[in-house]
Structures are given as structure tokens and as C-alpha cells.
Design a binder for this molecule. Structure first.
Ligand code: CA
Length: 229
């Protein structure tokens, strides 16, 4: 599976460097944004988790958090010197998932990152179910069923479907799909991605011409639109 991508939003270089190196040691792919504006731009590329400092030079971390929540349910861990209980509650009220107070132990932060990523992977007891159970993705067994009938996906197709499903309602570019599933980028990824999506649709959609799970977003990529209820 692909390495999870983490965005560290932090203007103090000393801290971002430490956090980055600890996370990289664990195999995560880490990018750093030193301003709120940069974070909001960078996150459009698609991240699995965001670490967010509240005191940024250009805007308040709280605002960044609220803005992220307008378009994404990516886990957000707030990292800040603001440690009073009121401020913690406020951060969580804005849609953050967790709160780590400075000074902090990088190891503890890494442990929390892992816990949140695990939780995200394991939503709905390891079996993701969409459109009233029409499509089910059993993560540990790497099995997919359509209307109760097993669907024969290749490992790559399974990874792509899972990657999209775990980022439901978010537009994912072709380059992003390929680099996160294959672990690298290469020339011609557009056609490779399209070919995989075509195969997945043929297997999971009743009518691949009118997909109800994976939509094409013209000029941008693909979006998983299956509904969990
Ligand atoms: Ca700061």
C-alpha cells in the first residue's frame, strides 16, 4: 500500500523539521506548509492527515481548520502552545480530531498520527458499505462485493477503489491516484489511471456509462460518490 501523506502546517522551522524527520522515519510522506495560505493550497493535492499549528504568521490556525472542513474530512491534529482547556475545546469544536500541546514529545505525536490513520482505515469495522450495502469493501480481507456477489479486482484495482472510497466526495487527480497507489509517478499516468478506473467500473457499476460510485470530474480527476447510509 501507498505511504500515507501528512501535511505539517507550522511556521517554526525547528519544530517542523523535527516533526517531519520523526514522521519520515515511520515511512510517512511529509510536506511542510509554513503559512495558513500555503496549507490551504497544498492540501488540495490530497493528504491523509494534517498537523496544524494554531499560531501562524498570516492567519489563525482556527480559520485554517474551519476552511479545511469546508471541503475535507481529513483528520486534523492541532499542535499548539495554547493549552488551556477552553482553547482545546474550541479547537475540537472547529472540527479538529485531536490536540497536542507544546512542548510535546515527537514520539507521542507520531503515536497519535498512527492512531488517527488507523481509525480512518478501520471506519465501519473494517468493512466499508455503500449505497445500502450494494457495494462492500472488506479492507482486511481485500474483498469487494457487489449486491452480495464477490467482485474479482486486481490488487491495484482494489487499492485504487479503496483509496478513492476513503476520500469519498473529494476530487482526486489522476496523478494522485497513481502515485499514491503505485508509490511513484510516471509518464502516461492519465491513460493508466483511466484504464484502471474503466476496469473497476466494469466490475462494480451496474451501468459503467452511468456510474453511481466513481464519477469522472472533467479536467480534474475522479470522485467516489458512494453513500455510506
Ligand atoms: Ca507558530
Amino acid at each position: 500500500m501507498a505511504h500515507e501523506k501528512i501535511l505539517v502546517t507550522e511556521d517554526e522551522e525547528k519544530i517542523s523539521r523535527i516533526v517531519k524527520s520523526y514522521l519520515e522515519k515511520e515511512g510517512f510522506e511529509v510536506s511542510v506548509a509554513s503559512t495558513g495560505t500555503m496549507a490551504l493550497e497544498t492540501i488540495q493535492k490530497g493528504y491523509d492527515l494534517v498537523i496544524l499549528d494554531l499560531m501562524l504568521p498570516d492567519m489563525e490556525g482556527e480559520t485554517v481548520c474551519t476552511e479545511i472542513r469546508r471541503f475535507s474530512d481529513v483528520p486534523i491534529i492541532i499542535l499548539t502552545a495554547k493549552g488551556s482547556e477552553d482553547e482545546r475545546v474550541r479547537g475540537l469544536g472547529l472540527g479538529a480530531d485531536d490536540y497536542v500541546v507544546k512542548p510535546f514529545s515527537p514520539r507521542e505525536l507520531v503515536a497519535r498520527v498512527k492512531a488517527h490513520l488507523r481509525r480512518m482505515m478501520g471506519k465501519d469495522g473494517q468493512v466499508l458499505s455503500y449505497n445500502g450495502g450494494l457495494l462492500k469493501i472488506n479492507i482486511p480481507a481485500m474483498e469487494v462485493t457487489r449486491a452480495g456477489i464477490p467482485v474479482d479486482l486486481t490488487k491495484t484495482e482494489f487499492s485504487i477503489l479503496l483509496y478513492l472510497a476513503q476520500r469519498a466526495q473529494t476530487v482526486i487527480s489522476r496523478a494522485q491516484i497513481i502515485s499514491s497507489v503505485m508509490g511513484y509517478e510516471f509518464e502516461g499516468y492519465d491513460r493508466v489511471t483511466d484504464a484502471h478506473i474503466k476496469n473497476i467500473r466494469r466490475k462494480i457499476e451496474e451501468n459503467p456509462q452511468e456510474p453511481v460510485f466513481i464519477r469522472t470530474i472533467y479536467g480534474a480527476g475522479y470522485k467516489f460518490v458512494g453513500k455510506t447510509e
